[in-house]
Design a protein around this ligand. Structure first.
Ligand code: AMP
Length: 287
C-alpha cells in the first residue's frame, strides 16, 4: 500500500478560501462531499467518486445543529474525527473542512433557505424545519467551497431532490452527483445512526430493506395497485417488535407526489423507528 498522507485540516472559512484559491489557479477541478462525520463506506463511496472525477476533493465534516429539531439526537450524534481523518487519508482526500458552530453560524445569523415542493411531504412533514437547516448549510458550504461538483447519496433520496431544487431555483453553479446507496451485506443501508442499534434492534432493522425488496418484487411481478403494495410492505415492517412507522410511500421519483397506480418508475420511501432509532431507506422500483 502506498503511504497515505492526512488531508489538510481546515477549520475557518478564510483558511478554506485561501487554500482553494490556489487550487483553482492551478486549474484543478474541485469536488465537495458534505458530511456530518462518523464516516462509513456510504460516505467513502461519494469521496471515491469525487476523487475519480475531480482534481481536488474537499470533505466537510460538520454536525449541523439547524437541521435537528429540539428533542432529536444532536447531542448524541456520533462523532469520530480522528478515525474520519484516517479514512479520508486512505482515500487520498486533499482537504477536510471541520468548522466549529460559531464559524458557520456567526452571531446574528438571520438568513435561511426555505425550499417548497419536494421538501414538503414525507421528511418535511415528520421533521418540520429539517430541510430548511439542510438547504441552508448546503448552500453555505457550496458558497464557501465553490466546488465544480458536489456529491450526495441516494440514501437520503428526498434530501438530494431538495438540494437539486435549490440549486436550480437559485442558479447555483455546481454539478450535482447522486451516488447509489451502499448497504451492509444483509441489506441494511449504511448510516451513522446504525451505531445506535443494539444487537437485537440491528436484527429487526432488516425489515426496512425486506419491505423495499418485497415492493420491488411485487412491481416486477406485475402488481400495479400502490395501496395493496403499501399494505404488504407495512405488514413486513410491523412484524418487527416495536417498529413504529413514520411513513411508507410510493411516489413519483421526481416530484414525490404519491402514486396510486404504478405505470412508470416509482420510488418507495420509508421512515421507521426501531426502538429509539429512526431509520430511513428507499428504492427505485422499475417496471
Ligand atoms: P450524512 O453524514 O448522514 O449527512 O451523509 C452525508 C452524505 O453521505 C449524504 O449525501 C448522504 O446521502 C450520503 N450517505 C449516507 N449514507 C449513505 C449510504 N449508505 N450510501 C450512500 N450515500 C450515503
Amino acid at each position: 500500500m502506498p503511504p497515505t498522507s492526512q488531508p489538510k485540516l481546515v477549520t475557518t472559512v478564510a483558511e478554506l478560501r485561501a487554500a482553494l484559491d490556489s487550487v483553482r489557479r492551478s486549474g484543478k477541478t474541485i469536488g465537495l462531499v458534505p458530511t456530518m462525520g462518523a464516516l462509513h463506506e456510504g460516505h467513502l463511496s461519494l469521496v471515491r467518486k469525487s476523487k475519480q472525477e475531480c482534481g481536488y476533493t474537499v470533505v466537510s465534516i460538520y454536525v449541523n445543529p439547524s437541521q435537528f429539531a429540539a428533542g432529536e439526537d444532536l447531542d448524541e450524534y456520533p462523532r469520530a474525527l480522528r478515525a474520519d481523518l484516517d479514512a479520508l487519508a486512505e482515500c487520498g482526500v486533499e482537504l477536510a473542512f471541520v468548522p466549529e458552530n460559531d464559524e458557520v453560524y456567526r452571531p446574528r445569523h438571520a438568513t435561511w433557505v426555505e425550499v417548497g415542493g419536494v421538501a414538503e411531504p414525507l421528511e418535511g412533514q415528520c421533521r418540520p424545519g429539517h430541510f430548511r437547516g439542510v438547504a441552508t448549510i448546503v448552500l453555505k458550504l457550496l458558497n464557501m467551497v465553490r466546488p465544480d461538483a458536489a456529491y450526495f447519496g441516494q440514501k437520503d433520496y428526498q434530501q438530494a431532490l431538495v438540494i437539486r431544487q435549490m440549486v436550480e431555483d437559485l442558479d447555483v453553479p455546481v454539478e450535482l452527483r447522486v451516488c447509489p446507496t451502499v448497504r451492509e451485506p444483509d441489506g441494511l443501508a449504511m448510516s451513522s445512526r446504525n451505531a445506535y442499534l443494539g444487537a437485537d434492534a440491528r436484527q429487526r432493522s432488516l425489515v426496512l430493506f425486506r419491505s423495499l425488496e418485497l415492493a420491488e418484487r411485487l412491481v416486477a411481478d406485475g402488481q400495479r395497485d400502490a395501496q395493496s403494495i403499501l399494505d404488504q410492505m407495512r405488514q413486513v415492517i410491523l412484524a418487527a417488535d416495536d417498529a413504529r412507522i413514520d411513513y411508507i410511500a410510493l411516489a413519483d421519483p421526481d416530484t414525490l407526489e404519491p402514486v396510486d397506480e404504478i405505470n412508470g418508475p416509482v420510488v418507495a420511501l420509508l421512515a421507521v423507528h426501531i426502538e429509539n432509532t429512526r431509520l430511513i431507506d428507499n428504492l427505485i422500483l422499475k417496471l
